[in-house]
Design a protein around this ligand. Structure first.
Ligand SMILES: C[S@@+](CC[C@H](N)C(=O)[O-])C[C@H]1O[C@@H](n2cnc3c(N)ncnc32)[C@H](O)[C@@H]1O
Length: 339
């Protein structure tokens, strides 16, 4: 397989991605910039950590010479079949702006003529990013559509507050789930976290939400990912969970936070109510990963909770928000209940 590859992931998860590549697959990588990692040794598509969003082949264009002749010469050197791409690869050229139209068209025609590729801006397998931005960052690249997160894990029905897949993967990674354990998402929305968990691991996953549209979409996401019977969808209130005490090993949830859903004021009562229920259903050695941008309210709510404490924090940046993923555990060892 041709190397290197450029991987993008949510900012704040780079060390986890690089650690997994190294420890699980012996893949050496370097950090290019926030959210961008360069794999220096070969890695196959099915070994990419689920936190990886987009994948690209860097185009080492000498002296940033973006002439059609130079770009096509570089493209011809690459073994596209090793990335699963056959003849007549559908592609597009990313060079935005009306003033760039002539250069974009010229490059598109040159690539079609030289490689036999087919220009298809809406169903591309390769996106040639030769934008000013990529040139300035030194990351002119050929993005691989079939290697992107949605192509690897399937399309999810989404709503405005839906957690991006690679972020959900980061939360699951922090939860350190083992096969056979039970995962609960108390504010599961369309079910991104439990559905992804179902794809990654053997064990029970439960998604809870009290919004009718979210619960319906979660049900459809479970079915479209062939996880019926594996991921349970419950229409319930996170502050009154229909689950027995001490039955959940891990709680992983992207909580409502002011700017997206609910409000800062509502969270002052919602967070303590959720934490009371989480404390009740969690096993004695349970662990939670809870994402919130309502940081003060969250920290105050945990401080007030009788038996929980914040054991770790990690700021994640994506889509213009910078919430914190809080690792929450029991503050003292308790006798196991309900098992
Ligand atoms: C940030 S979104 C979660 C997104 C989810 N991870 C997904 O990918 O769709 C927060 C969710 O909390 C839900 N929610 C708010 N209050 C709730 C409550 N009291 N009980 C259960 N769910 C609640 C909202 O309906 C919303 O779907």
């Amino acid at each position: 397989m041709t190397t290197p590859l450029l991987l993008t992931c949510p900012v704040g998860l780079e060390d986890l991605v690089r650690g997994d590549l190294r420890d699980r697959h012996d893949v050496h990588s370097t950090l290019v910039s926030l959210g961008t990692i360069r794999c220096e040794s070969p890695v196959s598509r099915d070994r990419l950590p689920a936190m990886v969003d987009r994948v690209a082949v860097p185009l080492g264009v000498p002296d940033n010479d973006l002439s059609p002749a130079q770009v096509t010469a570089v493209l011809r050197e690459i073994d596209w079949r090793s990335y699963g791409l056959e003849d007549e690869v559908p592609f597009r050229v990313h060079l935005p702006g009306e003033s760039s139209r002539a250069r974009r068209d010229e490059l598109t025609q040159a690539v079609s003529a030289a490689l036999g590729w087919r220009n298809d801006p809406s169903h591309w397998s390769v996106n040639l990013d030769v934008s000013e931005e990529a040139m300035t960052a030194g990351t002119i690249r050929a993005e691989l559509g079939p290697w992107a997160w949605a192509a690897r894990f399937g399309l999810f029905e989404r709503l405005p507050a839906t957690t991006p897949g690679p972020v959900a993967a980061g939360l699951l990674r922090l939860a350190k789930l083992q096969d056979g354990q039970t995962l609960l998402d108390v504010c599961g929305g369309v079910g991104t976290v439990p559905v992804l968990d179902g794809l990654l691991r053997a064990g029970r996953s439960i998604t809870v939400d009290n919004d009718t549209a979210s619960v319906a979409a979660a049900g459809r996401n479970v079915v479209s990912h062939d996880l019926a019977g594996r991921v349970e969808v419950l229409d319930a209130d996170a502050s009154d969970l229909p689950l027995a005490a001490g039955t959940v090993d891990r709680v992983v949830s992207d909580l409502p936070f002011g700017k997206r859903i609910g409000s800062n004021e509502q969270n002052r009562t919602l967070y303590p109510a959720i934490l009371r229920e989480v404390e009740r259903v969690l096993t004695a050695d349970g662990r939670c990963v809870l994402l919130s941008d309502d940081k003060r309210v969250f920290a105050e709510s945990v401080a007030k909770a009788r038996g929980l404490k914040i054991a770790g924090e990690r700021v994640i940046r994506y889509n213009g928000v910078t919430p914190t993923a809080y690792i929450v555990r029991r503050s003292r060892r308790q006798k196991k209940r309900g098992r």
